[in-house]
Design a protein around this ligand. Sequence first.
Ligand code: NAI
Length: 411
Amino acid sequence: MTIQATSFDKSKIKVVLLEGIHPSAEKVFQNAGYSNIVTATKSLPQDELYSTLADARFLGIRSRTQVTPELLQHAPKLAGIGCFCIGTNQVDLKATEVKGIPVFNAPFANTRSVAELVLGEMILLLRGIPGKNAAAHRGEWMKSAVNSFETRGKILGIVGYGHIGTQIGILAENLGMRVQFFDIESKLALGNARAADSFLQLLETSDIVTFHVPETDLTKNMMDATAFKHLRKGAILINASRGTVVEIDSLAEALRNGDVSGAAIDVFPKEPKSNQEEFVSPLREFDNVILTPHVGGSTVEAQANIGIEVSEKLVRYSDNGSTLSTVNFPEVALPSHVGKHRICHIHHNEPGILAKINDVFSSNNVNISAQYLQTSDSVGYVVTDIDQASSDKAFEALKLIPGTIRTRILY
Ligand code: NAI
């Protein structure tokens, strides 16, 4: 990453990284010229959190720190938030948006980790290893080749052919599997994969079915008692997507009847809130089910990738103004602005503001070389590249436009 001169001294831009965010994040900031970085291995108690945030410009969190309107009041300079994880439920996205604070996350940094886990589970389940392993732990010796299969030539049905589904398809083909998928969007098949005619047809014709869909109304209980009736007798079922997708009682019933020969489940309708809470599930009784505590994406590599991805998004926003892939804010992808000054203006989305912004430029004889605009229901984000000589006066005038939330100038 090249170090770019900005209007604000980078050593004064305080970056707070909490909750043991991977050191890869701090390195990205340092490489980009930021030196005022505060890190903590845990979430901070409220008093300490608020005092740390009093002069912070960027905040990095994982899932524990709750970003509430109250927290925002204690962080008046906050310009951007990075959720160094997948979910953003811990952040009040509306409150941050109307304060002009874009929030970033890393939705796909752990894709490979999930794909690898699913691949491993498929191999183990086809061999009947979970059952044999459980028996051996009890002192039973189940030496037999019966119902023990190779992956080669087996048909893998992938439901949801997105970031994870496509990777699994590619990896599975390398094992010699035949891959088919079902997606509600029309998707280009990778490798030799083919699209199934329908969800039910995929269930009827696959040896292994694996789910990689998001949590939506359509995917809620997608794998219910009726769907289980369409599964090939003795098929294997894997869900490492969302806990709402597979009806657990129906799966338990199918396992009891031998309709499903094995399963691997990583996500559950109700998951323990902490490692201290007991995991309760009707699936616990089955030796032929691999149960994992929602760790599909939890690897050291994924954490490192998340550290890099989210901090790069924050650095890009800080240096260049780009809000690409923000989760709560108008998205603007910006080129570099070499030789120009860039003014970023965030305002309430009210009629006439763009005209007022451009009035400021024309009345100050400012030559605009490029302008980018995007709005959401509540907020507008206008980025204007102008000649260097005239930027300061215009910048001051822009701050005074009614409806302005915040302005930044980038050199
Ligand atoms: P993605 O958004 O790249 O792909 C999802 C795909 O599902 C899209 O192609 C979409 O068109 C398709 N889809 C949506 N509704 C559908 C429906 N009703 N029927 C068929 N296809 C449908 O998402 P990605 O990154 O591949 O993640 C997939 C799932 O895995 C998500 O639910 C995500 O939350 C979960 N996940 C779980 C992890 C874990 O730790 N177990 C870690 C990472 C992701």
